[in-house]
Ligand binder design. Structure first.
Ligand code: MCN
Ligand code: CUM
Length: 796
């Protein structure tokens, strides 16, 4: 179904033409942001507050010989210097990671990556704390590092995690999905098989605001208040309770305004724990905020997957099977944040949007002397890597078969009548209708005309490339039975209160880092109970004020928490029916709903609005049994399945044959995220994600030298795109509602980051086709593109 205007349709909810809430309403949070009145962690100032700074390791791998803090402690403004052995005495030297590993809070035995936390200074101000870091004397015994994941399992490779008992190598896990025997059989009988090693390099989410915390431990009543840059306040609170021994009801985690998360703020970093320890030790609030280099060098990186891809097809272009072996570099600690059962995230959705006969993947995770992480940067739990793999492989196959890449995709799409579609690695895609989306993108691009232009240019020696990517994502984790983090099932709560005057407050368990939840969640409630979104306050980011839930990542807020909010509003609406019946002295079954009001069937002039009913609920009318005197409700929503948004992206590039510089001339993005709550916010999400994609494809890269020194530790070296590097985005959409989501919505926050890198790289490779280039690894920097034109490739 193709809709070209801003009118989401959701037959599942019986709603064919009303925009949800008020459609493109402006963001409620923006007045404070555009006036500089946002309130971030670093804006928090508490009476008597101290400042912490972290001493970080200068080398990637070294035994800690000695550490002398005497001079630092003598600094007049320093109140405490905390080392690994201090933490050891408290049982806090190691903390559990979100992947059931442990991570050093401060080094006790060995440095395992450059930038690792070695000591923590607490001082009267930030400058004194930083000055004192230089007064700490540390002696290291430098060890050979493991930098290349390909060598991590070599016999004789240095063992990084000798802290783990009995550990003799750098292996973390082996994992597989799909059916190997069936896949091998399909490959054996195929006319054409193409293989390619594809590397998705290490990149970093690099949010505008770095990570930080203000910890305030009150020794009198044993209460900890922790202001923290977190995407998952409730999960963090539970973990802090488990690690620190402070009872959970005595911990309040507040995630105030967040200046971008992009997955960087899911994990629990040593700095947060150190701020807490600093506050306990000094009896005063302690603020710790990292700088840009600390953020780039030590917090959750993303990707770092080396993928051996193989695709099998018939000679007329029917894709039969896909298989891959992946080597996953997880850094020094396995700290990826993902559902327990999925050590490689949802990578096994790598069959993408195609109807295959068989598929099989294996993933091996290894330790290296690099910062931990892996799941971040709008990754949809590793779907980024999966989509990149399949969309590059399909393009390479198209080249081999001398078929148009759009035609090859159209030929192999899962058909609309096949949904719900069980894929070959165990997922059930909820809904999809791929061809109209693909056709719309081609129409917007003027695809045939572009190909003609390219042909003419090639004849003149000009390098123009057209790249296509068609992606399917899986977002909205739960369901609880399949998905948990450290045993906490992935569900979300919502509480809705209608005040006596008909104004409302909805409390949600997810936390916005810029996605506009204060607006869209009010729109969802508005749609369900008919009061204007301006009259609905959305409360989030404070564990003392919101119901338990697992937080914002994996584009799960709309699929899970958004569903919770729709359902809690429906619960209120049903309750309102009983109260209205009492007020009107009639039976609930004699009432009919129209937006905002229950009225008597057959007599629309007799009825009660939600505001009147709210006042009535708190008033003097006798309420029916079982209906208490308020218009409030709460729910916890456990989704029956994930949602599967999709999209078709077309990128047009021009490559300078003299310098290798790639200019993204046009980018057409058609997304389908089911029912659209706020089209303006969706567009913003898409614009941001496309910019991410161009950045990763052309310039972003956390590189290391042979000694394990991080070469991407500042914005001088880690390049991110500006408005200069990106084109005017051309966006369109189709609407295929999710059949199981109460309002038919699917997530969209990561779609463009997931879908766009292959479109850009496919375009660059297409431009370089006259040189016989079949593949090149990201980032396609001018130097690499130029080398590819000379018939050379540079290993990443
Ligand atoms: N939306 C909508 N209609 C839909 C789907 C979504 O109007 N059918 C709206 C939502 O209501 C919400 C926004 O779009 O306001 C994004 O929704 P959703 O797809 O549910 O994603 P989340 O809210 O869970 O956000 C998480 C996602 C992730 S995982 C990363 S990473 C990322 C992203 O959001 N980080 C971001 N987008 C970001 N945008 C900003 N500004 N900052 C970040 O840190
Ligand atoms: Cu993987 S980045 Mo987002 O899920 O926060």
């Amino acid at each position: 179904m193709t809709i070209l205007e801003d009118r989401p349709s959701n037959p599942a909810a019986g709603d064919h033409d009303r925009p949800v809430g008020h459609g493109r309403m402006q963001r409620k949070e923006d007045p404070r942001f555009v006036r500089g009145k946002g309130h971030y962690v670093d804006d928090i100032v508490l009476p008597g507050m101290l400042h912490g700074a972290i001493l970080r390791a200068p080398v990637a791998h070294a035994r800690l010989v000695s550490i002398d803090t005497t001079e630092a402690l003598a600094h007049p403004k320093v109140l405490a210097v905390i080392t690994g052995s201090d933490l050891q005495a408290l049982g806090l030297a190691w903390a559990p990671t979100l992947s059931m590993d442990v991570q050093a809070v401060l080094v006790t035995d060995k440095v395992r990556f450059q930038g690792q936390e070695v000591a923590f200074v607490v001082a009267e101000d930030r400058y004194a704390a930083r000055d004192a870091l230089e007064l700490i004397q540390v002696e290291y015994d430098v060890l050979p590092p493991v930098v290349d994941a390909r060598k991590a399992m070599d016999p004789g490779a240095p063992v990084i995690r000798d802290d783990l008992e009995g550990r003799t190598n750098n292996h973390i896990f082996d994992w597989e999905a799909g059916n190997k025997a069936e896949t091998d059989a399909v490959f054996a009988s195929a006319d054409v098989v193409v293989t390619q090693e594809i590397v998705y390099p290490r990149v970093h989410p690099a949010p505008m605001e770095t990570c930080g915390a203000v910890a305030d431990f009150d020794p009198i009543d044993g209460r900890l208040t922790l202001y923290e840059t977190t995407q998952a306040p409730h999960a963090h609170r539970t973990l802090f309770a488990m690690v620190s021994g402070i009872p959970e009801h005595k911990i309040r985690v507040v995630s105030p305004d967040i200046g971008g998360g992009f997955g960087n703020k899911v994990g629990i970093y040593p700095g947060y724990i150190l701020a807490v320890v600093g506050s306990i030790v000094t009896g005063k609030p302690v603020k710790w905020v990292e700088d840009r280099s600390e953020n780039l060098m030590s917090t959750s990186f993303a990707r770092d997957y080396i993928m051996q891809g193989e695709i099998a097809a018939t000679k007329d272009g029917k894709i039969l099977g896909l298989r891959t072996n992946v080597l996953a570099d997880h850094g020094a600690f396995n700290a990826t944040a993902q559902p327990t059962k999925y050590p490689a995230g949802f990578f096994h959705i790598f069959t993408g949007s195609y109807d295959l006969a068989a598929a099989h993947c294996t993933v091996t995770g290894v330790y290296t002397n690099k910062a931990p992480g892996g799941v971040a940067y709008a990754c949809s739990f590793r779907v980024t890597e999966a989509v990149y793999l399949v969309e590059r492989m399909v393009d390479i196959l198209a080249r081999k078969l001398e078929m148009d890449p759009a035609e090859l995709r159209l030929k192999n799409f899962i058909k609309p009548e096949q949904f719900p579609y069980p894929n070959k690695t165990g997922w059930e895609y909820d809904s999809g209708d791929y061809e109209p989306t693909m056709r719309l993108s081609m129409k917007m691009a003027g695809y045939d005309e572009l190909r003609r232009e390219q042909k003419e240019k090639r004849e003149r020696g000009e390098l123009m490339g057209i790249g296509i990517s068609f992606f399917t994502e899986t977002v909205g984790a739960g369901p609880r039975k399949d998905m948990d983090i450290l045993g906490l099932g992935m569900a979300d709560g919502a509480e809705l209160r209608i005040h006596p005057t008909g104004k409302a407050v909805v409390r949600i368990s997810v936390q916005s880092q810029g996605q506009g939840h204060e607006t869209t969640f009010a729109q969802i409630v508005a749609e369900e109970i008919g009061i204007p979104p301006e009259d609905i306050d959305v409360v989030h980011g404070d564990t003392d004020q919101t119901p338990f839930g697992l937080g914002t990542y994996g584009s799960r807020s709309t699929p899970v928490s958004g569903a919770a909010v729709a359902l809690v509003a429906r619960k209120v609406r049903e309750k309102a029916r009983f109260i209205a019946a009492a007020m009107l002295e009639t039976r609930p079954e004699d009432l009919e709903w129209e937006k905002g009001r229950w009225f008597v069937k057959g007599d629309p002039s007799v009825g009660k609005t939600i505001a009147e009913i709210a006042m009535g609920a708190h008033g003097t009318v006798a309420l029916p049994e079982g209906i208490d005197g308020n218009l409030d409700a709460e729910v916890t929503y456990d989704p029956p399945n994930l949602t599967f948004p999709f999209g078709a992206y077309i990128c047009v590039v021009d490559v300078d044959p003299g310098t290798g510089h790639v200019k993204v001339r046009r980018f057409i993005a058609v997304d389908d995220c089911g029912t659209r709550i706020n089209p303006m916010i969706i567009e913003g999400q898409i614009h941001g994600g496309l910019t991410d994609g161009v950045g990763m494809a052309l310039m972003e890269f956390i590189e290391f030298d042979a000694e394990g020194n991080c070469l991407g530790g500042s914005f001088m070296d880690y390049l991110i795109p500006t408005a200069m590097e990106v084109p005017d985005w051309e966006t369109g959409f189709t609407v295929t509602p999710s059949p199981h989501h109460p309002i038919g919505a699917k997530g969209v926050g990561e779609s463009a980051t997931v879908g766009s890198p292959p479109a850009v790289v496919n375009a660059v490779v297409d431009a370089l086709a006259p040189f016989g280039v079949v593949h090149m690894d990201m980032p396609c920097t001018p130097a690499r593109v130029w080398e590819a034109m000379q018939g050379r490739t540079r290993p990443p």
